[in-house]
Design a protein around this ligand. Structure first.
Ligand code: NAG
Ligand code: NAG
Length: 346
């Protein structure tokens, strides 16, 4: 089967090559976006095609959209209006400098977006309001305006962010997105993290992996991060490798009290629990509602069936009776049963 596929492919490629050689197909048309499936999701790859805009002629049911390695400079508010089913969006290695407000708003199914290696100066704030967004790659952008945009961000954010990559973004501190109860991996490597604020770790109660390599954080901050992660029960293999010799606790106090014992840490935990119990109750309510609906439909069907049967019987009875009813007075009488039948002598 696979061999046949391969042979067919080879034949196809040879035919296309021959056509190209003879000028039947021009080069541009030969480089169309390719359609396929990946784990049952509909994927369209428009990878490395010198695109300058998001193409608008693709199937709108696309779920995995790969626009990487192109020359897109700007994302417009209409760019993704047609593609509301997209769950995974690859935009890495473009030249994106700006994103119009509302660009990502229609993408309510979006779970992962990769905007790495572009020219962005901030993270489009609307991404944080997408209800399904879990993974966000922003690495290798110069996010020099992020700090001021985050000051206006409404927290807690709606997106259930689990993975955030802001490596190599010229950041002086880890971005403050408020409480992120689902975040388990944060990559902030290759940033000049000179203002690293330990207290922000209190927002990340489920953090398991943090990459702080090439960040110039102080040995004490490094030790405190390690300390925080150990207190969370993160496996030591994920703890940053920056710890040289353990510092004296006078020079570098343990920070449980500032992170794990902080009020933000506790509200992070409770909001995670809340989401879990809410999920459970939604599920339970769904099950209950579903069963109730099935029961109602069943009752209704039974009712309908009974009514039909009774009507059929009645009409049969009426028909049977009509043979005896000769008088027009009786024929128009509704209460046939109550009337003694009699023959009209007229
Ligand atoms: C963090 O991101 C950088 C740049 O994308 C990458 O090279 C590095 O492997 C990442 N670290 C981890 C732990 O994934
Ligand atoms: C700091 O945290 C430690 C460990 O959780 C605890 O034993 C200690 O009492 C705390 N100190 C203060 C001042 O809260």
């Amino acid at each position: 089967m696979e061999l046949r596929c391969l042979l067919l492919n080879i034949v196809f490629i040879s035919v296309v090559n021959a056509m190209l050689a003879f000028g039947f197909v021009n080069q541009d048309e030969g480089r169309r976006c390719t359609y396929g499936r990946i784990e049952k999701l509909m994927r369209i790859r428009c990878h490395d095609m010198d695109l300058k805009e998001v193409p608008q002629n693709l199937k709108s049911s696309v779920e995995v959209l790969d626009l990487s390695y192109n020359r897109i400079r700007k994302l417009r508010s209409g760019s993704f209006q047609r593609y509301t089913d997209v769950k995974f969006l690859m935009l890495y290695e473009n030249m994106i400098l700006s994103v119009e407000p509302g660009t990502f708003e229609p993408l309510t199914a979006l779970q992962e977006v990769d905007l790495s290696n572009n020219g962005l100066t901030t993270i489009p704030m609307e991404l944080f309001q997408l209800p399904k967004l879990r993974n966000l790659y922003m690495d290798s952008n110069d996010l020099r305006e992020l700090h001021q945009d985050l000051a206006l961000l409404e927290t807690p954010i709606r997106a259930p962010i689990e993975y955030l990559n802001v490596a190599n973004c010229e950041l002086h501190d880890i971005p403050d997105l408020g409480i992120l109860p689902n975040l388990w991996q944060l990559n902030a490597s290759s940033n000049p993290l000179s203002n690293f604020d330990m207290n922000k770790l209190g927002n990340l109660c489920h953090l398991r992996v943090i990459d702080l390599t090439k960040t110039q954080i102080s040995p004490c901050s490094c030790q405190q991060v390690t300390n925080h992660l150990s207190a969370l029960g993160a496996s030591p293999q994920f703890v940053p490798v920056c710890m040289a010799e353990a510092l004296d606790s006078n020079a570098c106090p343990l920070n449980y009290n500032r992170t794990v014992d902080s009020p933000t840490f506790h509200s992070c935990l409770t909001s995670a629990e809340l989401a879990e119990t809410r999920g459970f109750w939604l599920f339970a309510a769904g099950c209950f509602g579903g069963s109730l609906l099935v029961l109602l439909v069943f009752c209704y069907c039974i009712h309908r069936w009974r009514k039909k049967r009774r009507n059929r019987r009645l009409s049969q009875a009426a028909q049977n009776r009509k043979h005896f009813v000769i008088s027009p007075r009786n024929a128009t009488n509704n209460r046939l049963e109550d009337q003694p039948l009699h023959c009209d002598t007229a």
